[in-house]
Ligand binder design. Structure first.
Ligand SMILES: C[S@@+](CC[C@H](N)C(=O)[O-])C[C@H]1O[C@@H](n2cnc3c(N)ncnc32)[C@H](O)[C@@H]1O
Length: 246
C-alpha cells in the first residue's frame, strides 16, 4: 500500500506548493492539514498501527470478537469516547462488532438486525444488557420510499419502525448503520434525548443526502469525520448529529 507521505512527496515533485508569503515549500503536514482539515494528521497517525492490526487480523472472527470496534471513521470513534454519557441507552440499526463495543460504553444497547444468520452469530457474543431485535425483511413491494433498501429486495417497513415503541427522547445515541438508512434516520431521530447524538455511517452516499438535509432543517447540527476506520481499507465517512453546535 502506498504511504500518504510518499504520495505527497510525489505530488510535490509535479506540483511544487510554495507559500508565496514566506517563499518556502509547504511541508507535507501543512498540505495534508489543508486538504483534510485541522487535526487530521494527529488522528490518522494516532490510530495507524491499530488500524493496520484490524486489517491484518480482522478476518479472524475470534480475534474480531475479542477486539470489537464499530466500522466508523476513527475521528468519530474518538468523538464518541469523549462525549457519550455511559449511563445512556444506545440503539443501532445494523448490529455487528459495534454492538459489543457499545455494550462496554452504555447502560443498555438495543440493536435492530434484519439478517437471521448474522443475528444468531452476534447474539451468542453479546452480554445481557444488549437487546437484539431480529426484524427480517417482509416480502412484497414497499409502500413508501423510506422502506426501500438499495441493497436487498423486499419491504423494510417493520425494520424501519423497529424502535417505534421507545418513548421520544429516551436514547442517548442512535446509530444508523444497517439497511434503509434514510428511512431509519427520519423515523427514529425523535427517540434521541436533547443532548444526545445520532450517528450515520457511510454518510457520503447520495441516497442519504435528502434525509441529512431534513434533519438539518429541523435544527440538527452535523460534524463529518473522514479517514481510516477499523477492519476496512477504504476511507470511512461518518456523520455525527447533535441538537447543539458541534
Ligand atoms: C454495515 S453492517 C453493520 C455493521 C455494524 N454496525 C458494525 O459497525 O459492526 C450492516 C449489515 O451488514 C450485515 N453484516 C455486517 N457484517 C457482516 C459480515 N461480516 N458478514 C455478513 N454480513 C454482515 C449485517 O446484516 C448488518 O446489519
Amino acid at each position: 500500500m502506498i504511504k500518504l507521505r510518499d504520495l505527497i512527496i510525489r505530488l510535490k515533485g509535479v506540483w511544487p506548493m510554495w507559500d508565496r508569503r514566506t517563499l518556502r515549500l509547504f511541508t507535507n503536514r501543512e498540505i495534508l492539514e489543508y486538504l483534510r482539515g485541522p487535526g487530521w494528521v494527529e488522528r490518522e497517525t494516532k490510530h495507524y498501527s491499530a488500524w493496520r492490526q484490524t486489517l491484518e487480523r480482522g478476518t479472524d472472527w475470534g480475534w474480531r470478537l475479542a477486539h470489537p470496534f464499530p466500522c466508523y471513521a476513527y475521528g468519530a470513534i474518538d468523538f464518541i469516547e469523549e462525549h457519550v454519557n455511559r449511563r445512556a441507552t444506545v440503539a443501532e440499526f445494523g448490529c455487528g462488532t459495534s454492538t459489543l463495543w457499545w455494550a462496554a460504553r452504555a447502560a443498555k444497547v438495543i440493536a435492530v438486525e434484519h439478517d437471521p444468520r448474522w443475528y444468531a452469530l452476534i447474539r451468542k457474543a453479546v452480554p445481557s444488557h444488549v437487546e437484539l431485535r431480529l426484524v427480517p425483511v417482509q416480502p412484497g413491494a414497499p409502500s413508501r420510499p423510506e422502506f426501500v433498501s438499495h441493497v436487498l429486495p423486499g419491504n423494510f417497513e417493520a425494520y424501519v419502525k423497529a424502535l417505534d415503541d421507545l418513548p421520544d427522547g429516551s436514547l442517548g445515541v442512535l446509530c444508523v448503520d444497517g439497511r434503509a438508512r434514510a428511512g431509519c434516520l427520519l423515523r427514529a431521530h425523535h427517540k434521541v434525548e436533547e443532548g444526545g447524538y445520532v450517528i450515520l455511517d457511510n454518510c457520503h452516499r447520495r441516497r442519504y443526502q435528502d434525509a441529512i438535509q431534513q434533519l438539518c432543517a429541523q435544527g440538527w447540527y452535523t460534524r463529518l469525520f473522514e479517514g481510516n476506520g477499523p477492519y476496512l481499507a477504504a476511507e470511512q465517512h461518518t456523520m455525527v448529529f447533535s441538537r447543539r453546535p458541534l
